[in-house]
Write a protein that binds this ligand. Structure first.
Ligand code: MG
Length: 496
């Protein structure tokens, strides 16, 4: 296999160390902004982050550096790790070269204004306040797609930005198929009704300290290495990797419906484990992080859903819950499981169960594509959103706040992000299928080391060495294989 030995590559890595240091600092600042920074720090932090981003771009695009990368890329006989590091650098250089600084600046400035407008619009449930900003952001994203270039569809350029190598034709195929199959599964679930019966646990209130102890003990069960990892609190849970020796997750406590806090913690654990299990040889190199949003989301959904929402896991965590929360003691493991897998089609994506979640993504995918093609005007958006929600989920949002204004992504200026959530669900199901039927037994035994090793060998250790589709083909024999998700959900929700 071989690690890094080519003299040109070694020189590239030496120079790259400075770029990595900027990313490292910026990541830590980002984590701090979401956790402990006092609100008054936002403005100066924003300036500091923007200056670091500019410095990064300047260093990356220096002629001396890019010509060294070009020279090394023409070499034969490089190791897989060396080729992987060069692939990541070439991709980054080519994206940054194609985007004119004016466009980057306008996108970031418009996104800042749009975010403020979106918050206000959502609070008042008034799409009109957000509409002019969204119109400009759609236009800027069309310009971004034109600048980046594409073969078939402008949306290709935006998809590729979020998931290397993903094309609109791939996504069309995945979502057509999933839309059909998942709605059939949902129809059967509706007819039976057993997976949709509510649970009193949804409204049971918990003490935050007790719930934090639950989360920490569950992380112990999963094998979270506290000497290299942290758990903190933030309104929007996330994971920040700073290196294989320092990965941080956050969770939130709403005070009721404890599965939200529990599964959010397990979700972020999945993201964290990816970064924690990257081969230390890749530290501080361009290939030292997870390869893409979709593959990353696959890791989090695997632990959250494929591991966490199982009968075996309900049995495993029951003693922890009974010990810390107490009120779970009167429920059997099966009742706990039914609470974990409750299906409830609703208007809001972030509250969706794993079965209906992808229908929310299909809605966004269709709408983003239409907006970019010019097939839908921003002014027509609320109505288009609501009707499609009704068709796909059987639920018409009560207002714009719960409809077209519910997600922050567009206000941040990003389009083409949503599909990676469904890719994650597909990857999670593919990993579950590849691990095989022994998974429940591994969970039941409480010894999850074989599961962590499996993920490390198939996915984590490689960091970004292989492009996402190559990694999936190499490790699982297929690219994003949607039938794995359909068969996983079909089996799981055939009874509750
Ligand atoms: Mg995630």
């Amino acid at each position: 296999m071989g690690y890094f030995s080519d003299p040109d590559v070694l020189e590239i890595l030496r120079q790259y160390r400075r770029l990595w240091a900027i990313s490292h600092a910026s990541a830590l600042m980002g984590w701090d902004s979401e956790t402990y920074m006092p609100p008054g720090g936002a403005e100066e932090r924003g300036v500091a982050q923007a200056e670091l981003a500019t410095l990064y771009q300047e260093l990356l695009l220096r002629d001396a550096f890019t010509s060294l990368v070009e020279k090394a890329s023409r070499k034969e006989g490089l190791s897989e790790y060396e080729r992987g590091a060069l692939r990541v650098l070439n991709r980054e250089i080519s994206i940054m070269r194609r985007l004119p600084p004016r466009l980057v600046y306008e996108l970031s400035r418009e996104a800042q204004e749009a975010f403020q407008a979106w918050r206000e619009a959502r609070a008042r449930s008034d799409f009109g306040l957000f509409r002019p900003h969204l119109e400009r952001l759609v236009q800027l994203n069309i310009e971004r797609a034109e600048a980046l270039g594409y073969d078939d569809h402008p949306y290709d350029a935006l998809l590729d930005l979020h998931e290397e190598g993903l094309r609109t034709r791939d996504a069309d195929g995945l979502f057509d198929y999933l839309g059909r199959e998942l709605r059939q599964i949902l129809e059967r679930v509706r007819e039976r009704g057993d997976c949709m019966a509510g649970s009193p646990l949804e409204s049971a209130r918990y003490d935050q300290q007790a719930m934090e102890r639950v989360n920490r003990r569950v992380l112990d069960l999963l094998g979270y290495p506290w000497d290299r990892a942290r758990l903190d609190v933030s309104p929007h849970p996330f994971t920040q990797g700073l290196g294989v020796g320092d990965v941080r997750i956050t969770t939130r406590y709403e005070g009721f419906d404890f599965k939200r806090s529990l599964f959010s913690t397990i979700h972020e654990f999945g993201h964290a484990l990816y970064e924690l299990q990257v081969d230390p040889e890749l530290r501080m190199t361009p290939a030292g992080d997870g390869v893409s949003l979709g593959v990353h989301e696959g890791q989090s959904r695997f632990w959250e859903n494929v591991v966490g929402r199982t009968r075996a896991f309900a049995r495993l965590v029951k003693p922890v819950l009974d010990g810390e929360l107490g009120f779970t003691a009167q429920y059997s493991p099966d009742e706990l499981y039914r609470y974990f897998v409750l299906v409830r089609p609703g208007a809001i994506r972030t509250e969706a169960d794993e079965l209906t979640y992808n229908l929310h993504i299909i809605l966004r995918y269709e709408i983003e594509k239409l907006l970019l093609e010019g097939g839908l005007r921003v002014s027509e958006l609320p109505e288009a959103w609501n009707s499609r929600s009704e068709e796909l989920l059987g639920v018409r949002p009560a207002n714009d706040a719960d409809g077209v204004l519910q997600d922050v992504h567009w206000a941040h200026g990003s389009m083409g992000y949503f599909p990676t959530y469904t890719l994650g669900n597909i990857v999670a199901a593919m990993m579950g299928e590849a691990y095989g039927p022994g998974l429940e037994a591994s969970i039941g035994s409480g010894d999850l080391e074989p599961v962590r090793v499996f993920l490390r060998e198939r996915v984590h250790r490689w960091g970004a060495t292989y492009a996402p589709k190559d990694l999936l083909r190499r490790s699982f024999g297929r690219e994003y294989h949607a039938p794995a998700l359909v068969s996983y959900l079909g089996d799981k929700y055939s009874r509750c």
